[in-house]
Design a binder for this molecule. Structure first.
Ligand code: HEC
Ligand code: HEC
Ligand code: HEC
Ligand code: HEC
Length: 172
């Protein structure tokens, strides 16, 4: 019969490995990281684009012409919400922003690595759908960031015979 103490080294190695794995998991996938940042008003793409079928370009009108797709000013929200659920507390908050002339401080969701160059224009003109890069936005209440890795960009460029010379084209 072996005594319990013979197992102690084995058990400690096991525990050490377990804790390291747990630490790494929490480090790379902290709880809550699968949803995007909280927004000042819980605007839902699912409700507006999925259920109510409002076109993306209505709120992001410059996506095909400019390097900035555009964010809807609060006037655009009130264009509907002066009539639709006008007394809802979140709509009252829209009025506060409007009355005090404060742009709604939307939190930016997507980031590219600093050295990568991206412009929507060329992609939209090739009829690439928003969803190819942003996922099924019309099913999302709160948007989360897409992991735009280089293989993601390169993979599609290879498939569509676009510029692969990415060190010249995508990096500045
Ligand atoms: C009624 C207005 C409205 C419509 C329609 C709309 N959006 Fe938005 N969009 C917003 C607002 C407001 C934000 C900022 C808050 C947020 O991130 O949810 C936003 C943010 C985004 C972002 C995140 C930007 C970032 O910070 O990285 C993406 C991507 C996006 N929209 C894509 C789409 C797509 C694709 C469609 C069409 C399927 C669409 N939007 C339709 C209002 C709208
Ligand atoms: C073209 C019309 C239209 C525009 C523009 C619009 N909305 Fe809405 N919104 C709606 C409709 C329709 C509903 C659903 C109302 C209901 O549930 O009866 C809605 C619902 C909401 C709700 C209720 C919560 C929810 O998710 O159900 C919030 C908050 C909201 N909108 C915020 C905004 C903000 C912020 C903007 C501007 C970025 C905006 N809306 C622009 C039509 C619009
Ligand atoms: C080929 C991939 C691709 C397609 C297609 C695409 N996007 Fe994007 N989008 C991106 C990337 C990458 C970013 C992050 C860019 C950055 O931070 O500089 C982004 C950012 C955004 C933002 C936030 C901009 C900002 O500066 O905060 C909005 C809004 C947006 N996209 C809307 C749309 C809409 C609407 C469509 C469809 C009409 C669309 N996108 C199609 C890749 C794409
Ligand atoms: C779904 C397919 C797809 C994805 C994903 C995609 N691209 Fe593209 N991209 C294209 C196509 C197609 C073109 C060529 C457009 C044309 O011919 O005008 C292009 C063109 C470009 C150009 C212009 C290249 C030139 O010839 O000057 C740049 C820069 C670029 N993409 C960067 C990116 C980056 C950065 C990403 C990742 C965040 C990305 N693309 C993701 C399809 C894609």
């Amino acid at each position: 019969m072996k005594s319990i103490s013979n197992y102690i080294p084995l058990v400690s190695v096991f525990l050490a490995v377990l804790f390291t794995l747990m630490f790494l998991y929490l480090y790379y996938f902290p709880p809550g990281s699968d949803i995007g940042p909280e927004q000042p008003i819980p605007f839902s793409h699912r409700v507006h684009t999925g259920v109510k079928n409002i076109q993306c370009e209505f709120c992001h009108p410059y996506v095909a012409q400019s390097s900035f797709p555009g964010m809807p000013p609060v006037e655009k929200c009130l264009y509907c919400h002066n009539y639709i659920i006008a007394n809802h507390p979140w709509i009252q908050k829209e009025h506060e922003y409007y009355d005090t002339n404060t742009p709604i401080p939307w939190q930016k969701v997507n980031y590219l690595p600093e050295h990568a160059f991206f412009n929507h224009e060329r992609h939209i003109k090739k009829d690439i759908e928003c969803q190819a890069c942003h996922g099924a936005v019309e099913n999302m209440d709160r948007l989360k960031a897409e992991p735009f890795r280089m293989e993601f960009c390169i993979g599609c460029h290879r498939e569509m015979n676009a510029n692969l010379d990415c060190w010249l084209a995508c990096h500045n």
